[in-house]
Structure formats: structure tokens, C-alpha cells
Design a protein around this ligand. Structure first.
Ligand code: ASP
Length: 457
């Protein structure tokens, strides 16, 4: 069994966190490959090293001296080195960085956060350090060159055995350092797991897994112990996110599960994310609920629309011309809606409506703003008649008006639109009634529950 263990910024924020990481890694000999983020926040209003390094770049850009800022960053690493009795020459390496920083690329400067963390972690764990620059290879268009990366990583495994790899960066073939998007250490871990055919990709963070609802709205929501990739995608789409989204693709494609674990409470089960999750046990009917406020829907109505060709396409082209992304398209017989993020059309909504009028000559167009979307997600809802009706019933009893409904094609999520003002109450009602408690029996043959749901349109 091979596990890749990726530790996020808060898991490596200081010497105390390094000790926890070591205990976790040493408690399981399968945890052979370790990926780390840059040193993160120690307390809520602390700074992440990555943010400080971005600030270093801003100093350079505007010709402001960045020496004291780099020294402040260096002190975070020095402190860890001193407390753990490590030999790595942090001060010298920071002096070198200060000397060269003006001539380094901005991406190189930011990548030093993970580079230093991985150097210290490698020494502390007694494992070799492997520079991501040498093994994580990007094409020039910014996509990962999986073939080259895999060949280089496999060669490194042959040469070094286990290792510690800095996350978040790699390089183009000519050796220029390139970063992933923010939070991209998760992607590095996933790529490594894939390239070495790991059995499990562990993602260690500061929460004990995916919560079934937003804890700012619901008191003490239960942790989701098992979730499918599709369910996670549905929940993340409306804001419930623990992992960097792009990190699931490399492992999902080859069937490697991801486990979210808490570095501060390693005994907790965390969340296991797999392609399918049913196993003949009793499971929750609803896996989780997520939502966001401030969407806007443009409803278009035109008699006999259903028999005309191309109307929806033309409407979408209008919206596309404004560079606005469409979130949902609920449809009726002679009407449809286009749901977008309110902020995206703040300045253009009047022009969009004007263009839709001109292009479609509809009988009516009306705009509903301050719309909140709520996604009720559960793999066990599919093929179980009546769930959506009961969800609507609960909202009806609470006097909450549902302004929009869509369901994903595989029936693993129902998306409801309610007024912003009803948002929190709607989530609490659905949580209390369904997410908190209701369990269903999953038949053994349920292993192959449908999973390939896409976002509803
Ligand atoms: N350090 C980077 C960030 O803060 C990447 C990561 O933590 O995964 O975005």
C-alpha cells in the first residue's frame, strides 16, 4: 500500500505543527511520500507565507525595498529550525534570496514558500528532498505534461526511494519555475499520487473533512464520512470546499480515492472521496447541502417557443457576448430562465435585457435578483421517488417561496432558488429535516450507483 500525504499551510505553520506531521507520517509506514504547502497561518489573523511572498513581488514591481519583508518571512523558517534543532542553513539561503531577488521571476519568488518548507520537513522526517522544479513539468500553455512528469517522478522514486516534495510549483521544460493556481499544493499531491500509482491520496488540513452544511448557518453540522467525486463537485460548486477543485482530476481518472484528514485531530475519520460510495450499509439520504446568495435570473417568455429552433442558443449568445458565465438554464414549455452570478452582470444587466429584447422579441422578460441557490446533494436520492417533493414540502410549510428548481441529470442534486432573505432559514429547515438524520438502506448491489452527474442546466 502506498499513500501520498499532502499537508496544507496550516499543518506546517510552526514547529508544533511540524511535530504533529512527523507523528502522523511515522505512525503509518505506508505514508512514504509527503507533499507540503508553504508555511501558513498560525492563528486567524496571521499571514500566510505565500501572501507575504506575493507582497515581496509587489514591492519589487513598485521599486520598494523588500529586504525587511524577506527577513520577516525568513524568521518564520528560522524559528522552526531552531525549535526543532534542524541544521538547514535558513539564514544563508535567505541572504542569497535577498541578493538575487530583483533578478528572479515573480513565480520563482513565490515558490520559495514551499521550497523552504519542504527542505525543513525533509530534514525533520529524515527523507530526501525532491525539488518539484525537476519533476513537475508544464507544457508552455500552462497544462501539466503528465507523460514527462510521470517519467521524472518514477526515475526519482528509483533513485531516492521515499521523499518530500514541495507543492504548488513545477517548471516548464526549459526549467522556468511555474506555479499552479492558489491552493495548488493539492494538485501537486494529486499528480504525485497518480504518477506513482498510489492507493490513497491523503489531504491533511485543519478541518476533519467535508461538513454536511455551512457551520456558520447550521450548528455543529455532521461530517460527511463518505462522498463521491460527483457529490463533492456539486457541493463545491456552491461554496462548500475543502480541496482545490482541480486536484481531483488527476486521481479520479485512475480511481485513486482522496481522504481529507485533520492534522490537529488525526484520530477523526475525516472524509473519504471515491468514485462510488455505497457498500450495503445504512447511509444518509442526503449527503450535504450548500448554497450561495446573490444570483440573478432573467426569465424569457414567448408563445410557441417550444416549436421554434435556436431561441435558447441565441439568448445564450447574447449573454456570452458580455463575457458572462451562465450558471443554470431552467426551462418551461414556452419559457426559460438564464441564471447568472449577480456580481457578473452588475453593470451590464440593462444592456443584456435590451439585447435579448432585440434578438428574441419575446412576449415578456423579467429579472429576478437577490436570488439564493441551494443545492441539496445526495447519491442516495437517485431512484428514490418523492425526495424532491418532500424537500419542497418542508419549505412550503415554512412559508418559503421556491423561485426556481433544477435537478442534475443523474438525480444526485436538486438546486433550489429562494430569495436571499430566506436563504439561511431554507438551509436550516432542510438540514434539520433531512441532512441531520434521515438514513436509508443501501442494497449490496448498490455499488454501481450512478455517479456521472453534471451540473444541472
Ligand atoms: N501556498 C499556496 C497558497 O497559499 C499553495 C497551497 O497552499 O496549496 O495558495
Amino acid at each position: 500500500m502506498i499513500k501520498v500525504a499532502k499537508f496544507g499551510g496550516s499543518s506546517v505553520a510552526d514547529a508544533e505543527q511540524f511535530r504533529k506531521v512527523k507523528a502522523i507520517v511515522e505512525s503509518d509506514p505506508d505514508r512514504r511520500f509527503v507533499v507540503v504547502s508553504a508555511v501558513g497561518r498560525r492563528f486567524s489573523d496571521d499571514n500566510k507565507v505565500t501572501d507575504l511572498l506575493l507582497l515581496v513581488n509587489a514591492h519589487i514591481k513598485y521599486h520598494v525595498d523588500c529586504t525587511s519583508l524577506l527577513r520577516e518571512i525568513g524568521r518564520r523558517y528560522l524559528d522552526i529550525t531552531e525549535k526543532l534543532g534542524l541544521a538547514f542553513p535558513v539564514a544563508e539561503r535567505f541572504d542569497e534570496l535577498i541578493d538575487q531577488v530583483q533578478s528572479c521571476s515573480p513565480e520563482y519568488v513565490v515558490s520559495r514558500g514551499e521550497w523552504f518548507t519542504a527542505q525543513l520537513m525533509a530534514e525533520y522526517l529524515g527523507k530526501p528532498f525532491l525539488d518539484a522544479r525537476d519533476v513537475i513539468i508544464f507544457h508552455h500553455d500552462g497544462k501539466i505534461d503528465l507523460e514527462r512528469t510521470q517519467a521524472r517522478i518514477r526515475e526519482a522514486v528509483q533513485r531516492l526511494g521515499d521523499f518530500v516534495l514541495p507543492g504548488f510549483y513545477g517548471s516548464t521544460v526549459d526549467g522556468t519555475v511555474k506555479l499552479f493556481d492558489r491552493g495548488g499544493g493539492d494538485i501537486s499531491g494529486a499528480i504525485l499520487a497518480r504518477c506513482i500509482d498510489a492507493n490513497l491520496y491523503e489531504n491533511w488540513t485543519d478541518v476533519s473533512g467535508f461538513l454536511s452544511a455551512d457551520p456558520r448557518i447550521v450548528d455543529n453540522p455532521r461530517t460527511i464520512h463518505r462522498i463521491t467525486f460527483d457529490e463533492m463537485r456539486e457541493l463545491s460548486y456552491l461554496g462548500a470546499s475543502v480541496l482545490q477543485e482541480d486536484s481531483i482530476f488527476p486521481v479520479r481518472e485512475v480511481g485513486i480515492p482522496i481522504q481529507i484528514k485533520n492534522t490537529n485531530q488525526p484520530e477523526k475519520r475525516g472524509t473519504m472521496i471515491r468514485e462510488t460510495a455505497a457498500d450495503g450499509a445504512r447511509e444518509h439520504l442526503i449527503t450535504g447541502i450548500a448554497g450561495k446568495r446573490d444570483f440573478l435570473a432573467v426569465h424569457v417568455q414567448k408563445a410557441h417557443m417550444s416549436s421554434k429552433v435556436g431561441i435558447v442558443r441565441r439568448a445564450l449568445t447574447v449573454v456570452e457576448d458580455y463575457g458572462v458565465s451562465v450558471e443554470h438554464i431552467p426551462t418551461g414549455v414556452d419559457s426559460f430562465g438564464i441564471v447568472v452570478n449577480g456580481a457578473d452582470v452588475q453593470d451590464s444587466i440593462y444592456s443584456i435585457v435590451h439585447d435579448l429584447q432585440k434578438e428574441l422579441k419575446p412576449d415578456s422578460i423579467n429579472v429576478v435578483d437577490r436570488l439564493a441557490l441551494i443545492s441539496v446533494v445526495g447519491r442516495n436520492m437517485s431512484r428514490r421517488a418523492g425526495t424532491s417533493g418532500r424537500v419542497f414540502g418542508v419549505l412550503g410549510e415554512a412559508g418559503i417561496n421556491i423561485r426556481m428548481i433544477t435537478q442534475s441529470s443523474q438525480e444526485i442534486s436538486i438546486i433550489l432558488g429562494v430569495n436571499n432573505a430566506d436563504f439561511e432559514r431554507a438551509i436550516t429547515c432542510i438540514y434539520d429535516k433531512f441532512v441531520a438524520g434521515e438514513m436509508v438502506e443501501i442494497p449490496q448491489q448498490g455499488e454501481g450507483q450512478p455517479t456521472g452527474a453534471r451540473r444541472a442546466t
